[in-house]
Write a protein that binds this ligand. Structure first.
Ligand code: ATP
Ligand code: MG
Length: 563
Protein backbone atom coordinates (compact mmCIF):
# COMPACT_ATOMS: atom_id res chain seq x y z
CA UNK A 1 0.00 0.00 0.00
CA UNK A 2 1.16 3.53 -0.72
CA UNK A 3 2.61 5.28 2.30
CA UNK A 4 0.86 8.63 2.69
CA UNK A 5 2.31 9.51 6.07
CA UNK A 6 4.23 12.77 6.27
CA UNK A 7 7.91 13.22 6.92
CA UNK A 8 8.92 12.80 10.51
CA UNK A 9 10.17 16.33 11.25
CA UNK A 10 6.75 17.97 10.94
CA UNK A 11 5.21 18.68 14.35
CA UNK A 12 2.07 16.70 14.87
CA UNK A 13 -1.21 17.91 16.35
CA UNK A 14 -4.56 16.39 17.26
CA UNK A 15 -5.88 16.73 13.73
CA UNK A 16 -2.87 14.99 12.24
CA UNK A 17 -3.28 12.24 14.83
CA UNK A 18 -6.90 11.74 13.73
CA UNK A 19 -5.75 11.57 10.10
CA UNK A 20 -3.02 9.07 11.01
CA UNK A 21 -5.67 6.87 12.65
CA UNK A 22 -8.08 7.23 9.74
CA UNK A 23 -5.39 6.20 7.28
CA UNK A 24 -4.24 3.31 9.49
CA UNK A 25 -7.79 1.98 9.94
CA UNK A 26 -8.46 2.26 6.23
CA UNK A 27 -11.35 4.68 6.78
CA UNK A 28 -9.80 6.86 4.10
CA UNK A 29 -7.02 6.12 1.66
CA UNK A 30 -6.53 9.66 0.47
CA UNK A 31 -6.90 12.92 2.37
CA UNK A 32 -8.91 15.80 0.97
CA UNK A 33 -9.20 19.14 2.77
CA UNK A 34 -10.54 22.54 1.76
CA UNK A 35 -10.02 26.18 2.64
CA UNK A 36 -13.46 27.86 2.55
CA UNK A 37 -13.21 31.67 2.84
CA UNK A 38 -16.21 33.89 2.47
CA UNK A 39 -15.27 36.54 -0.13
CA UNK A 40 -16.41 39.44 2.04
CA UNK A 41 -13.00 40.93 2.82
CA UNK A 42 -9.27 40.38 2.51
CA UNK A 43 -7.61 37.51 4.34
CA UNK A 44 -5.81 38.13 7.62
CA UNK A 45 -3.19 36.38 9.71
CA UNK A 46 -5.85 34.08 11.21
CA UNK A 47 -6.68 32.82 7.76
CA UNK A 48 -2.99 32.17 7.18
CA UNK A 49 -3.16 29.68 10.04
CA UNK A 50 -6.13 27.93 8.45
CA UNK A 51 -4.47 27.96 5.00
CA UNK A 52 -1.23 26.50 6.34
CA UNK A 53 -3.18 23.86 8.20
CA UNK A 54 -5.43 22.76 5.34
CA UNK A 55 -2.96 23.04 2.48
CA UNK A 56 -0.12 21.83 4.69
CA UNK A 57 -1.98 18.65 5.63
CA UNK A 58 -2.86 17.98 2.01
CA UNK A 59 0.76 18.42 0.95
CA UNK A 60 2.23 16.35 3.77
CA UNK A 61 -0.19 13.45 3.32
CA UNK A 62 0.02 13.56 -0.49
CA UNK A 63 -3.63 14.52 -0.62
CA UNK A 64 -5.35 17.54 -2.11
CA UNK A 65 -6.87 20.77 -0.86
CA UNK A 66 -9.67 22.71 -2.55
CA UNK A 67 -10.10 26.46 -2.51
CA UNK A 68 -13.83 26.98 -2.16
CA UNK A 69 -15.48 30.35 -1.84
CA UNK A 70 -18.27 30.13 0.67
CA UNK A 71 -20.43 32.59 -1.21
CA UNK A 72 -23.93 32.33 0.19
CA UNK A 73 -24.35 35.95 1.25
CA UNK A 74 -24.14 38.03 -1.94
CA UNK A 75 -24.86 41.35 -0.26
CA UNK A 76 -21.45 41.37 1.45
CA UNK A 77 -19.40 39.69 -1.25
CA UNK A 78 -17.38 40.96 -4.17
CA UNK A 79 -15.07 39.63 -6.88
CA UNK A 80 -12.37 42.05 -5.64
CA UNK A 81 -12.22 39.85 -2.55
CA UNK A 82 -12.26 36.65 -4.62
CA UNK A 83 -9.23 37.89 -6.56
CA UNK A 84 -7.31 39.04 -3.50
CA UNK A 85 -7.90 35.72 -1.72
CA UNK A 86 -6.59 33.72 -4.68
CA UNK A 87 -3.52 35.94 -4.83
CA UNK A 88 -2.88 35.58 -1.10
CA UNK A 89 -3.14 31.78 -1.12
CA UNK A 90 -0.72 31.58 -4.06
CA UNK A 91 1.66 34.06 -2.47
CA UNK A 92 1.75 31.95 0.70
CA UNK A 93 3.08 29.19 -1.52
CA UNK A 94 0.08 26.90 -1.89
CA UNK A 95 -1.88 25.64 -4.87
CA UNK A 96 -5.40 24.34 -4.81
CA UNK A 97 -6.61 21.20 -6.51
CA UNK A 98 -8.19 21.82 -9.91
CA UNK A 99 -10.33 24.88 -10.47
CA UNK A 100 -11.39 27.33 -7.82
CA UNK A 101 -14.77 26.20 -6.46
CA UNK A 102 -17.73 28.17 -5.26
CA UNK A 103 -20.55 27.03 -3.02
CA UNK A 104 -22.71 28.77 -5.60
CA UNK A 105 -21.63 26.08 -8.11
CA UNK A 106 -23.92 23.81 -6.08
CA UNK A 107 -26.98 26.05 -5.77
CA UNK A 108 -29.04 23.79 -8.04
CA UNK A 109 -28.09 20.68 -6.12
CA UNK A 110 -28.59 22.40 -2.79
CA UNK A 111 -32.08 23.34 -3.88
CA UNK A 112 -32.69 19.70 -4.75
CA UNK A 113 -31.53 18.51 -1.32
CA UNK A 114 -33.79 21.06 0.34
CA UNK A 115 -36.69 19.59 -1.63
CA UNK A 116 -35.65 16.13 -0.40
CA UNK A 117 -35.87 17.31 3.18
CA UNK A 118 -39.30 18.82 2.52
CA UNK A 119 -40.52 15.57 0.97
CA UNK A 120 -39.41 13.65 4.02
CA UNK A 121 -41.25 16.06 6.30
CA UNK A 122 -37.91 17.37 7.57
CA UNK A 123 -38.16 20.98 6.41
CA UNK A 124 -40.95 23.55 6.34
CA UNK A 125 -41.59 27.04 5.10
CA UNK A 126 -41.99 29.35 8.06
CA UNK A 127 -43.70 32.70 7.88
CA UNK A 128 -42.78 34.03 11.29
CA UNK A 129 -40.81 37.27 11.20
CA UNK A 130 -37.12 37.26 12.08
CA UNK A 131 -37.94 38.73 15.50
CA UNK A 132 -40.59 36.10 16.13
CA UNK A 133 -38.22 33.31 15.09
CA UNK A 134 -35.71 34.64 17.57
CA UNK A 135 -38.30 34.84 20.30
CA UNK A 136 -39.65 31.33 19.60
CA UNK A 137 -36.12 29.94 19.61
CA UNK A 138 -35.79 30.17 23.40
CA UNK A 139 -32.52 30.63 25.26
CA UNK A 140 -29.71 28.54 26.70
CA UNK A 141 -31.89 27.92 29.77
CA UNK A 142 -35.36 27.90 28.21
CA UNK A 143 -36.46 25.54 25.43
CA UNK A 144 -37.90 26.95 22.21
CA UNK A 145 -41.50 26.74 20.99
CA UNK A 146 -42.80 25.28 17.78
CA UNK A 147 -43.72 27.70 15.03
CA UNK A 148 -47.42 27.65 14.12
CA UNK A 149 -46.28 26.85 10.54
CA UNK A 150 -44.27 23.81 11.58
CA UNK A 151 -46.83 21.18 10.71
CA UNK A 152 -47.53 22.08 7.14
CA UNK A 153 -47.73 19.11 4.78
CA UNK A 154 -44.83 18.34 2.46
CA UNK A 155 -47.06 19.27 -0.50
CA UNK A 156 -47.83 22.68 0.95
CA UNK A 157 -44.19 23.25 1.87
CA UNK A 158 -43.07 22.30 -1.59
CA UNK A 159 -45.50 24.75 -3.14
CA UNK A 160 -44.41 27.53 -0.79
CA UNK A 161 -40.71 26.82 -1.29
CA UNK A 162 -41.24 27.08 -5.04
CA UNK A 163 -43.07 30.32 -4.45
CA UNK A 164 -40.05 31.54 -2.48
CA UNK A 165 -37.77 30.58 -5.34
CA UNK A 166 -40.02 32.28 -7.88
CA UNK A 167 -39.97 35.59 -6.06
CA UNK A 168 -43.45 35.25 -4.52
CA UNK A 169 -42.34 36.30 -1.02
CA UNK A 170 -40.77 39.53 0.07
CA UNK A 171 -37.54 39.39 2.02
CA UNK A 172 -38.15 38.43 5.63
CA UNK A 173 -41.66 37.12 4.94
CA UNK A 174 -40.75 33.45 4.51
CA UNK A 175 -37.82 31.12 5.05
CA UNK A 176 -37.18 27.39 4.91
CA UNK A 177 -36.32 25.74 8.22
CA UNK A 178 -35.07 22.27 9.00
CA UNK A 179 -37.51 20.45 11.28
CA UNK A 180 -35.30 19.09 14.05
CA UNK A 181 -36.02 19.76 17.71
CA UNK A 182 -37.12 23.04 19.30
CA UNK A 183 -36.11 21.76 22.73
CA UNK A 184 -32.60 20.65 21.80
CA UNK A 185 -29.90 21.76 24.21
CA UNK A 186 -27.98 22.91 21.12
CA UNK A 187 -29.63 26.07 19.95
CA UNK A 188 -28.37 25.54 16.42
CA UNK A 189 -30.59 22.42 16.28
CA UNK A 190 -33.79 24.32 17.09
CA UNK A 191 -35.18 24.26 13.57
CA UNK A 192 -32.37 26.26 11.94
CA UNK A 193 -33.15 28.42 8.95
CA UNK A 194 -31.64 26.80 5.85
CA UNK A 195 -32.90 29.11 3.07
CA UNK A 196 -33.87 32.76 3.04
CA UNK A 197 -35.25 35.19 0.52
CA UNK A 198 -32.79 37.81 -0.72
CA UNK A 199 -33.36 39.85 -3.83
CA UNK A 200 -29.72 40.40 -4.48
CA UNK A 201 -27.61 39.93 -7.57
CA UNK A 202 -24.87 37.38 -6.95
CA UNK A 203 -21.29 37.84 -8.18
CA UNK A 204 -21.28 34.32 -9.66
CA UNK A 205 -24.89 33.43 -10.42
CA UNK A 206 -26.19 36.88 -11.32
CA UNK A 207 -29.97 37.22 -11.01
CA UNK A 208 -30.73 33.51 -11.20
CA UNK A 209 -31.69 33.18 -7.54
CA UNK A 210 -33.69 35.21 -5.08
CA UNK A 211 -33.32 32.60 -2.35
CA UNK A 212 -29.96 31.70 -0.88
CA UNK A 213 -28.98 28.73 1.31
CA UNK A 214 -27.51 29.34 4.76
CA UNK A 215 -23.93 28.47 5.69
CA UNK A 216 -24.77 25.43 7.85
CA UNK A 217 -26.81 23.79 5.12
CA UNK A 218 -24.38 24.68 2.36
CA UNK A 219 -21.06 23.88 3.92
CA UNK A 220 -21.56 20.22 4.79
CA UNK A 221 -23.17 19.46 1.44
CA UNK A 222 -20.38 21.24 -0.46
CA UNK A 223 -17.84 19.21 1.53
CA UNK A 224 -19.63 15.98 0.69
CA UNK A 225 -20.00 16.84 -3.00
CA UNK A 226 -16.26 17.49 -3.21
CA UNK A 227 -15.35 14.34 -1.28
CA UNK A 228 -13.67 16.27 1.53
CA UNK A 229 -12.49 13.85 4.21
CA UNK A 230 -11.54 16.23 7.03
CA UNK A 231 -13.45 19.50 7.22
CA UNK A 232 -11.41 21.68 9.54
CA UNK A 233 -12.82 24.86 11.03
CA UNK A 234 -12.56 27.06 14.09
CA UNK A 235 -14.08 26.31 17.47
CA UNK A 236 -17.09 28.60 17.22
CA UNK A 237 -18.59 25.96 14.92
CA UNK A 238 -18.30 23.21 17.51
CA UNK A 239 -22.04 23.03 18.25
CA UNK A 240 -22.87 23.31 14.57
CA UNK A 241 -21.16 19.97 14.00
CA UNK A 242 -24.49 18.36 15.07
CA UNK A 243 -26.24 20.18 12.28
CA UNK A 244 -23.47 19.33 9.83
CA UNK A 245 -23.97 15.63 10.56
CA UNK A 246 -27.77 15.87 10.67
CA UNK A 247 -27.99 17.36 7.18
CA UNK A 248 -25.70 14.75 5.67
CA UNK A 249 -27.58 11.93 7.40
CA UNK A 250 -30.89 13.02 5.93
CA UNK A 251 -30.09 13.62 2.30
CA UNK A 252 -29.37 11.07 -0.42
CA UNK A 253 -25.91 12.33 -1.30
CA UNK A 254 -23.65 9.33 -1.51
CA UNK A 255 -20.19 10.79 -1.18
CA UNK A 256 -17.36 8.25 -1.26
CA UNK A 257 -16.96 8.68 2.48
CA UNK A 258 -18.89 11.02 4.74
CA UNK A 259 -16.79 14.07 5.67
CA UNK A 260 -16.27 14.94 9.32
CA UNK A 261 -15.82 18.32 10.88
CA UNK A 262 -12.98 19.00 13.32
CA UNK A 263 -12.50 22.24 15.20
CA UNK A 264 -9.36 24.03 16.35
CA UNK A 265 -8.87 27.31 18.21
CA UNK A 266 -8.62 30.45 16.16
CA UNK A 267 -5.48 32.52 16.10
CA UNK A 268 -5.59 35.74 18.06
CA UNK A 269 -2.55 37.96 17.73
CA UNK A 270 -1.71 40.77 20.14
CA UNK A 271 -2.30 44.33 18.91
CA UNK A 272 -4.13 43.02 15.84
CA UNK A 273 -7.69 42.57 14.72
CA UNK A 274 -8.67 39.26 13.18
CA UNK A 275 -12.14 40.07 12.01
CA UNK A 276 -12.82 41.00 8.42
CA UNK A 277 -15.79 43.11 9.48
CA UNK A 278 -13.64 45.29 11.75
CA UNK A 279 -10.78 45.47 9.27
CA UNK A 280 -13.26 46.62 6.63
CA UNK A 281 -14.40 49.41 8.90
CA UNK A 282 -10.81 50.66 9.19
CA UNK A 283 -10.58 50.72 5.40
CA UNK A 284 -14.00 52.25 4.79
CA UNK A 285 -13.53 54.97 7.38
CA UNK A 286 -10.09 55.87 6.07
CA UNK A 287 -8.09 55.00 9.16
CA UNK A 288 -5.62 53.13 6.96
CA UNK A 289 -4.31 53.26 3.39
CA UNK A 290 -6.44 50.36 2.10
CA UNK A 291 -6.71 46.66 2.95
CA UNK A 292 -3.00 46.30 2.25
CA UNK A 293 -1.88 49.08 4.55
CA UNK A 294 1.39 47.76 6.03
CA UNK A 295 -0.01 48.17 9.56
CA UNK A 296 -2.92 45.83 8.85
CA UNK A 297 -2.72 42.19 9.89
CA UNK A 298 -4.01 41.25 6.46
CA UNK A 299 -1.91 38.95 4.30
CA UNK A 300 -1.74 41.70 1.66
CA UNK A 301 -0.71 44.22 4.33
CA UNK A 302 2.03 41.94 5.59
CA UNK A 303 3.21 41.37 2.01
CA UNK A 304 3.38 45.14 1.43
CA UNK A 305 5.20 45.42 4.75
CA UNK A 306 7.93 43.07 3.49
CA UNK A 307 7.06 39.92 5.45
CA UNK A 308 7.95 36.78 3.52
CA UNK A 309 5.71 33.79 2.82
CA UNK A 310 8.31 31.55 4.48
CA UNK A 311 8.17 33.58 7.69
CA UNK A 312 4.37 33.36 7.85
CA UNK A 313 4.46 29.61 7.24
CA UNK A 314 7.09 29.20 9.94
CA UNK A 315 4.97 31.28 12.34
CA UNK A 316 2.00 29.01 11.70
CA UNK A 317 4.23 25.98 12.29
CA UNK A 318 5.53 27.36 15.59
CA UNK A 319 2.12 28.32 17.04
CA UNK A 320 0.74 24.86 16.35
CA UNK A 321 -2.84 23.68 16.30
CA UNK A 322 -4.82 23.02 19.47
CA UNK A 323 -8.26 23.49 20.98
CA UNK A 324 -6.98 26.00 23.57
CA UNK A 325 -8.02 29.61 23.16
CA UNK A 326 -5.00 31.87 23.45
CA UNK A 327 -3.44 35.11 22.31
CA UNK A 328 -0.07 34.95 20.59
CA UNK A 329 2.50 37.66 21.27
CA UNK A 330 3.42 39.93 18.39
CA UNK A 331 7.08 39.19 19.02
CA UNK A 332 6.49 35.55 18.02
CA UNK A 333 5.51 36.68 14.53
CA UNK A 334 8.24 39.29 14.27
CA UNK A 335 10.88 36.80 15.35
CA UNK A 336 9.91 34.50 12.48
CA UNK A 337 10.22 37.43 10.07
CA UNK A 338 13.64 38.35 11.51
CA UNK A 339 14.90 34.77 11.43
CA UNK A 340 14.02 34.45 7.76
CA UNK A 341 15.23 37.87 6.65
CA UNK A 342 18.47 37.58 8.58
CA UNK A 343 19.35 34.72 6.22
CA UNK A 344 17.87 36.04 3.02
CA UNK A 345 17.77 39.85 3.00
CA UNK A 346 20.45 41.66 0.99
CA UNK A 347 22.28 44.24 3.10
CA UNK A 348 22.38 47.92 2.22
CA UNK A 349 23.21 51.23 3.87
CA UNK A 350 20.59 53.90 4.40
CA UNK A 351 20.86 57.01 6.54
CA UNK A 352 17.47 57.83 8.02
CA UNK A 353 18.39 61.12 9.74
CA UNK A 354 21.21 62.52 7.58
CA UNK A 355 24.05 64.61 8.99
CA UNK A 356 26.71 65.89 6.56
CA UNK A 357 30.27 64.80 7.11
CA UNK A 358 33.15 66.47 5.28
CA UNK A 359 36.42 64.62 5.13
CA UNK A 360 38.77 67.59 4.93
CA UNK A 361 41.88 65.66 3.85
CA UNK A 362 40.08 63.79 1.03
CA UNK A 363 40.49 65.45 -2.41
CA UNK A 364 37.39 67.31 -3.52
CA UNK A 365 37.05 65.75 -6.96
CA UNK A 366 38.15 62.25 -6.01
CA UNK A 367 35.75 59.29 -6.19
CA UNK A 368 36.59 55.79 -5.14
CA UNK A 369 34.53 52.68 -5.54
CA UNK A 370 34.57 50.51 -2.43
CA UNK A 371 33.09 47.01 -2.41
CA UNK A 372 30.69 45.48 0.06
CA UNK A 373 29.22 41.99 0.35
CA UNK A 374 25.45 41.75 -0.08
CA UNK A 375 25.34 39.32 2.81
CA UNK A 376 28.01 38.88 5.49
CA UNK A 377 27.67 35.09 5.60
CA UNK A 378 26.52 34.20 2.11
CA UNK A 379 29.08 35.05 -0.54
CA UNK A 380 26.76 33.64 -3.22
CA UNK A 381 24.64 36.75 -2.85
CA UNK A 382 27.50 38.70 -4.39
CA UNK A 383 28.94 42.15 -3.83
CA UNK A 384 28.06 45.69 -4.74
CA UNK A 385 29.83 48.99 -5.38
CA UNK A 386 29.87 51.72 -2.77
CA UNK A 387 31.03 55.06 -4.14
CA UNK A 388 33.10 57.02 -1.61
CA UNK A 389 33.60 60.79 -1.77
CA UNK A 390 34.79 63.71 0.36
CA UNK A 391 31.25 64.49 1.47
CA UNK A 392 29.10 61.77 2.96
CA UNK A 393 26.03 61.41 5.17
CA UNK A 394 26.01 59.71 8.52
CA UNK A 395 23.11 59.40 10.94
CA UNK A 396 22.57 62.22 13.42
CA UNK A 397 22.50 59.68 16.22
CA UNK A 398 25.99 58.49 15.35
CA UNK A 399 27.78 61.72 16.32
CA UNK A 400 28.18 63.51 19.65
CA UNK A 401 30.49 66.30 20.69
CA UNK A 402 31.18 64.56 23.97
CA UNK A 403 30.17 61.16 25.25
CA UNK A 404 31.02 58.56 27.85
CA UNK A 405 32.75 55.25 27.07
CA UNK A 406 29.48 53.39 26.46
CA UNK A 407 28.95 55.43 23.29
CA UNK A 408 30.79 53.48 20.60
CA UNK A 409 30.19 55.85 17.69
CA UNK A 410 31.77 59.13 16.57
CA UNK A 411 32.85 61.72 19.18
CA UNK A 412 34.95 64.88 18.67
CA UNK A 413 38.61 63.98 18.76
CA UNK A 414 37.89 60.24 18.52
CA UNK A 415 37.99 57.64 15.76
CA UNK A 416 35.29 55.51 14.21
CA UNK A 417 35.25 53.16 11.24
CA UNK A 418 33.00 53.84 8.27
CA UNK A 419 31.40 50.51 7.39
CA UNK A 420 33.38 48.79 4.55
CA UNK A 421 35.59 51.87 4.44
CA UNK A 422 38.18 53.96 6.24
CA UNK A 423 38.71 55.02 9.83
CA UNK A 424 37.94 58.71 10.35
CA UNK A 425 38.54 61.11 13.24
CA UNK A 426 36.10 63.91 14.08
CA UNK A 427 37.89 67.25 14.31
CA UNK A 428 35.15 69.88 14.55
CA UNK A 429 31.50 70.51 13.85
CA UNK A 430 29.28 73.31 12.57
CA UNK A 431 26.01 74.27 14.21
CA UNK A 432 22.92 76.27 13.32
CA UNK A 433 21.50 79.10 15.42
CA UNK A 434 19.64 76.58 17.59
CA UNK A 435 22.83 74.78 18.46
CA UNK A 436 21.97 71.81 16.32
CA UNK A 437 24.94 70.14 14.63
CA UNK A 438 24.71 70.57 10.84
CA UNK A 439 28.05 69.22 9.69
CA UNK A 440 31.03 67.26 11.07
CA UNK A 441 34.58 67.79 9.80
CA UNK A 442 36.81 64.74 9.84
CA UNK A 443 40.24 63.46 8.88
CA UNK A 444 40.48 60.06 7.25
CA UNK A 445 43.35 57.59 7.54
CA UNK A 446 44.20 56.35 4.02
CA UNK A 447 45.97 53.19 5.25
CA UNK A 448 42.89 51.85 7.05
CA UNK A 449 40.86 50.44 4.18
CA UNK A 450 40.40 46.84 5.25
CA UNK A 451 43.24 47.31 7.76
CA UNK A 452 43.84 48.44 11.34
CA UNK A 453 45.24 51.84 12.30
CA UNK A 454 48.97 51.99 11.49
CA UNK A 455 49.78 52.47 15.18
CA UNK A 456 47.80 49.35 16.08
CA UNK A 457 45.14 51.34 17.91
CA UNK A 458 41.84 49.44 18.07
CA UNK A 459 38.78 51.18 16.63
CA UNK A 460 35.68 49.68 18.17
CA UNK A 461 32.83 51.70 16.66
CA UNK A 462 31.53 51.14 13.13
CA UNK A 463 28.93 53.42 11.60
CA UNK A 464 27.05 53.38 8.29
CA UNK A 465 27.17 56.15 5.73
CA UNK A 466 26.37 57.03 2.12
CA UNK A 467 28.19 59.23 -0.39
CA UNK A 468 26.39 62.61 -0.53
CA UNK A 469 26.97 62.93 -4.25
CA UNK A 470 25.55 59.48 -5.06
CA UNK A 471 22.87 59.19 -2.38
CA UNK A 472 19.29 58.51 -3.42
CA UNK A 473 16.77 60.58 -1.49
CA UNK A 474 13.86 58.51 -0.25
CA UNK A 475 10.80 58.48 1.94
CA UNK A 476 10.87 55.92 4.73
CA UNK A 477 7.75 54.88 6.61
CA UNK A 478 8.26 53.70 10.18
CA UNK A 479 5.46 51.75 11.80
CA UNK A 480 4.25 50.96 15.24
CA UNK A 481 1.26 48.79 16.11
CA UNK A 482 -2.03 50.11 14.85
CA UNK A 483 -3.56 49.75 18.31
CA UNK A 484 -2.54 50.87 21.76
CA UNK A 485 -3.95 47.84 23.56
CA UNK A 486 -2.99 44.17 23.19
CA UNK A 487 -6.55 43.06 22.53
CA UNK A 488 -8.29 45.75 20.46
CA UNK A 489 -10.96 43.27 19.37
CA UNK A 490 -12.20 43.02 22.97
CA UNK A 491 -12.58 46.79 23.39
CA UNK A 492 -16.11 48.14 23.43
CA UNK A 493 -15.11 50.68 20.79
CA UNK A 494 -12.02 49.36 19.05
CA UNK A 495 -11.67 52.57 17.03
CA UNK A 496 -10.87 54.40 20.27
CA UNK A 497 -7.83 52.14 20.77
CA UNK A 498 -6.15 53.20 17.51
CA UNK A 499 -2.56 54.33 18.00
CA UNK A 500 -2.35 57.81 16.48
CA UNK A 501 1.42 57.48 16.18
CA UNK A 502 1.43 54.22 14.28
CA UNK A 503 3.00 55.85 11.21
CA UNK A 504 6.06 58.12 11.17
CA UNK A 505 7.11 59.40 7.76
CA UNK A 506 10.76 60.31 7.22
CA UNK A 507 10.80 62.28 4.01
CA UNK A 508 14.48 62.78 3.36
CA UNK A 509 16.33 59.62 4.14
CA UNK A 510 19.48 59.02 2.08
CA UNK A 511 20.00 55.60 0.51
CA UNK A 512 23.11 54.11 -1.03
CA UNK A 513 22.98 54.31 -4.82
CA UNK A 514 22.54 50.57 -5.39
CA UNK A 515 19.00 50.88 -4.00
CA UNK A 516 17.91 53.19 -6.80
CA UNK A 517 15.98 50.64 -8.82
CA UNK A 518 14.87 48.48 -5.89
CA UNK A 519 11.58 46.77 -6.65
CA UNK A 520 8.82 45.68 -4.28
CA UNK A 521 9.12 42.02 -3.40
CA UNK A 522 12.62 42.18 -1.96
CA UNK A 523 13.19 43.14 1.65
CA UNK A 524 16.58 44.62 2.55
CA UNK A 525 18.42 44.93 5.78
CA UNK A 526 19.43 48.55 6.21
CA UNK A 527 22.50 47.93 8.31
CA UNK A 528 22.11 48.88 11.96
CA UNK A 529 18.54 50.09 11.33
CA UNK A 530 16.24 47.22 10.49
CA UNK A 531 14.55 45.50 7.57
CA UNK A 532 12.86 47.63 4.92
CA UNK A 533 11.16 47.02 1.59
CA UNK A 534 10.03 49.23 -1.30
CA UNK A 535 6.36 50.18 -0.98
CA UNK A 536 4.35 48.48 -3.72
CA UNK A 537 1.91 51.37 -4.12
CA UNK A 538 4.05 54.48 -3.86
CA UNK A 539 7.69 53.62 -4.57
CA UNK A 540 9.18 54.64 -7.92
CA UNK A 541 12.63 54.81 -9.40
CA UNK A 542 12.55 58.61 -9.17
CA UNK A 543 11.36 58.63 -5.62
CA UNK A 544 11.79 55.43 -3.64
CA UNK A 545 9.49 54.84 -0.69
CA UNK A 546 10.54 52.18 1.80
CA UNK A 547 8.47 50.58 4.55
CA UNK A 548 9.86 49.35 7.83
CA UNK A 549 9.33 45.59 7.85
CA UNK A 550 10.68 44.85 11.31
CA UNK A 551 13.38 46.25 13.56
CA UNK A 552 16.63 44.34 14.01
CA UNK A 553 15.91 43.32 17.58
CA UNK A 554 12.79 42.60 19.52
CA UNK A 555 11.89 45.96 21.04
CA UNK A 556 8.45 44.86 22.14
CA UNK A 557 9.15 43.89 25.70
CA UNK A 558 11.24 47.00 26.26
CA UNK A 559 8.74 49.40 24.78
CA UNK A 560 6.06 47.89 26.95
CA UNK A 561 8.12 48.02 30.11
CA UNK A 562 8.95 51.66 29.47
CA UNK A 563 5.33 52.75 29.12
P1 ATP B 1 -13.86 36.80 9.94
O1 ATP B 1 -14.44 36.84 11.30
O2 ATP B 1 -12.55 37.50 9.85
O3 ATP B 1 -14.82 37.18 8.86
P2 ATP B 1 -14.43 34.14 9.25
O4 ATP B 1 -14.20 32.95 10.08
O5 ATP B 1 -15.83 34.58 9.07
O6 ATP B 1 -13.51 35.28 9.77
P3 ATP B 1 -14.05 32.93 6.72
O7 ATP B 1 -13.79 33.60 5.44
O8 ATP B 1 -15.35 32.28 6.93
O9 ATP B 1 -13.81 34.02 7.84
O10 ATP B 1 -12.86 31.96 7.09
C1 ATP B 1 -12.30 30.98 6.25
C2 ATP B 1 -11.61 29.97 7.09
O11 ATP B 1 -10.60 30.57 7.89
C3 ATP B 1 -12.60 29.31 8.05
O12 ATP B 1 -12.36 27.91 8.03
C4 ATP B 1 -12.25 29.90 9.38
O13 ATP B 1 -12.52 29.00 10.41
C5 ATP B 1 -10.75 30.23 9.23
N1 ATP B 1 -10.39 31.33 10.11
C6 ATP B 1 -10.93 32.56 10.15
N2 ATP B 1 -10.37 33.31 11.12
C7 ATP B 1 -9.42 32.54 11.71
C8 ATP B 1 -8.49 32.72 12.78
N3 ATP B 1 -8.42 33.86 13.45
N4 ATP B 1 -7.67 31.69 13.11
C9 ATP B 1 -7.73 30.55 12.43
N5 ATP B 1 -8.57 30.30 11.42
C10 ATP B 1 -9.43 31.27 11.05
MG1 MG C 1 -17.34 33.39 8.09
Amino acid sequence: MEDNSPEKNIPTNFIRQIIDEDLASGKFSCIKTRFPPEPNGYLHIGHAKSICLNFGIAADYKGTCNLRFDDTNPSKEDTEYVDSIKEDVKWLGFSWDGDVRYSSDYFDRLYGYAVELINQGLAYVDELSADEIREYRGTLTAPGRNSPYRDRTPEENLRLFEKMRDGGFEEGKACLRAKIDMSSSFICMRDPVIYRVKFQKHHQTGDKWCIYPMYDFTHCISDAIEGITHSICTLEFQDNRRLYDWVLEHISLNSPARPHQYEFSRLNLEYCLTSKRKLKLLVDEGYVDGWDDPRMATISGMRRRGFTPASLREFCRRIGVTKQENVVEMSALENCVRDDLNNTAPRAMAVLHPLRMIIDNYPEDKEEVLRAPNHPLNSQMGERDLPFTREIYIDEADFRETANKQYKRLVLGKNVRLRYGYVVRADSCEKDENGRVTCVHCTYFPETLGADMPDGQKVKGVIHWVSAKHAVKATVNLYECLFNVPNPGAAEDFLSTINRNSLTVIDSAMLESSLKGAKPGVTYQFEREGYFCPDSRHSSEDHPVFNLTVTLRDSFGKAEAGK
